[in-house]
Design a protein around this ligand. Structure first.
Ligand code: HOZ
Length: 446
């Protein structure tokens, strides 16, 4: 098969789908990298088989080293909201590149992006840049404990906040995908102050506050869960969390690593009108390069070293290239306001997938908020981790491969959300729905 070089919507039928070059690359990688990948979310553990190795990306499309083109619904797990290779972002990065890639000293752009973040994210007045979502969540938890002088944190089952020891318990994303929501190596001591609670369940939170009065530093959650598939908050749930945390002097912490700048420019907190006390940001804020941040009011952030005593540091924090990509990406989002478009085309995808599942009598449901979407092979409403785990993961695996063979690159797990970008066109959405229809036919007639 010849490699396509033009970014046009790929055809939806690939009877000759094989991955010899990727298989060879995987075999080589496995000799020197555990499992052949640098993050388990990229392995195909939950769907079987080995991943295609990627070579190039442009707009809504990816090309693998075997020459296949895909419509990409991972978008690097969230950052690529503008699509791959946005020319303005690339220009900003390349202009910056030749001035130096890392100084270990402050640069003007760091304050520019912090000002922009503070102007668009409702609860943030100041923020600190780090290099990954894991670092942002870890540092924010430390800050919540430092500010309140309390030790315990409440974490929702199935929510994922990176691989922070104290949060790697009943964790979603790859931890669930690969069947290890509690990792070996995390000591009982590291999680003894982590209290677990089902998402969307206010009564359970209230019980925890009764059991541990005056001891809970923070309630931490993905306001819209994306790491057990897409699970929205129930009506009034976030409001009630706000009320409980306010009353008890507890920090309400939103992990908006996935939802920040995606569900609205100001993230889920803007969409739902709930201001958390502390926010972790990642993915889009780096525009495809490694950057993340945590932010809050001036009063809270003043506790961070060197203005305060809560220590946190990083050689590559605020890296010039990552700041250039992030600043340009957020500026473009602010100037172009693509959220109505994202809502419209992802809504079309939701409608199409729902229709074909209904027509083919497949036990499935589609859940979506804005440009984050999951097709669950489970027809019951999914409100929490236990609901999500009742999905038919074997069927998901078959569907995933049938879609891949038809040029559609979905997240390789039932427990991940798919992301739509502004580069996805109505033609891409139609092609995806057509591919899904064909894929389901192939599964249920074979
Ligand atoms: N947070 C990402 C999706 N759940 C995982 C990305 C990764 O680990 O590579």
């Amino acid at each position: 098969m010849t490699r396509q070089t033009q970014a046009t919507t790929p055809a939806t039928s690939r009877p000759d789908y094989t991955l010899p070059a990727s298989e060879a690359a995987f075999e080589r990688a496995c000799r020197v990298i555990p499992g052949g990948v640098n993050s388990p979310a990229r392995a195909f553990g939950a769907v079987g088989g080995n991943p295609p190795f990627m070579k190039r990306a442009e707009g809504a499309y990816l090309w693998d080293i075997d020459g296949h083109q895909y419509i990409d619904y991972i978008g690097s797990w969230g950052p690529m909201i503008l699509g791959h290779g946005n020319p303005q972002v690339l220009k900003s990065v390349s202009d910056t590149l030749y001035h130096g890639t890392s100084f270990g000293a402050p640069t003007e752009r760091e304050a520019q992006i912090a000002e922009l973040v503070a102007s668009v994210v409702p609860s943030i007045e100041m923020c600190r840049f780090v290099s990954s979502g894991t670092e942002a969540a870890m540092s924010a938890v430390r800050l919540a404990r430092g500010v309140t002088g309390r030790h315990k944190i409440v974490k929702m089952t199935g929510h994922y906040h990176g691989h922070v020891d104290s949060l790697l318990v009943q964790a979603g994303s790859a931890a669930t995908t690969l069947g290890a929501p509690n990792s070996p190596g995390v000591t009982p001591g590291a999680v003894e102050d982590t209290l677990l609670c089902p998402y969307n369940d206010v009564e359970s939170i209230k019980e925890l506050f009764q059991l541990f009065p005056g001891q809970i530093a923070a309630v931490l959650l993905e306001p819209v869960a994306g790491n057990m598939g897409l699970v929205p908050p129930k009506p009034n749930y976030l409001e009630q969390l706000k009320e409980i945390t306010e009353k008890t002097g507890t920090i309400l912490m939103f992990d908006e690593v996935m939802t920040g700048f995606r569900l609205a420019l100001g993230g889920a907190q803007e969409l739902y009108g709930i201001s958390p006390d502390l926010t972790a940001l990642g993915k889009i804020i780096g525009g495809g390069l490694p950057a993340a941040a945590y932010g809050a009011s001036k009063q809270v952030m003043a506790q961070v070293s060197p203005s305060g005593k809560v220590f946190q540091a990083g050689t590559l924090s605020g890296n010039p290239l990552a700041m250039a990509a992030g600043l340009e990406t957020v500026r473009i989002l602010k100037n172009t306001d693509p959220y109505d478009y994202l809502e419209k085309i992802t809504g079309q995808l939701e409608e199409g997938l729902t229709r074909i599942c209904r027509d083919q009598k497949v036990n499935a449901r589609v859940q979506r908020v804005g440009s984050m979407i999951t097709l669950f092979f489970n027809s019951d409403p999914i409100w929490n981790y236990e609901d999500a785990k009742r999905s038919d993961t074997a069927l998901f695996g078959r569907f995933f491969w049938e879609m891949l063979a038809r040029g559609v690159y979905l997240p390789c797990s039932q427990f991940e959300a798919a992301f739509v970008s502004v580069a996805h066109t109505p033609a891409d959405i139609s092609a995806t729905i057509e591919a899904a229809q064909d894929a389901l036919k192939a599964i249920f007639t074979n």
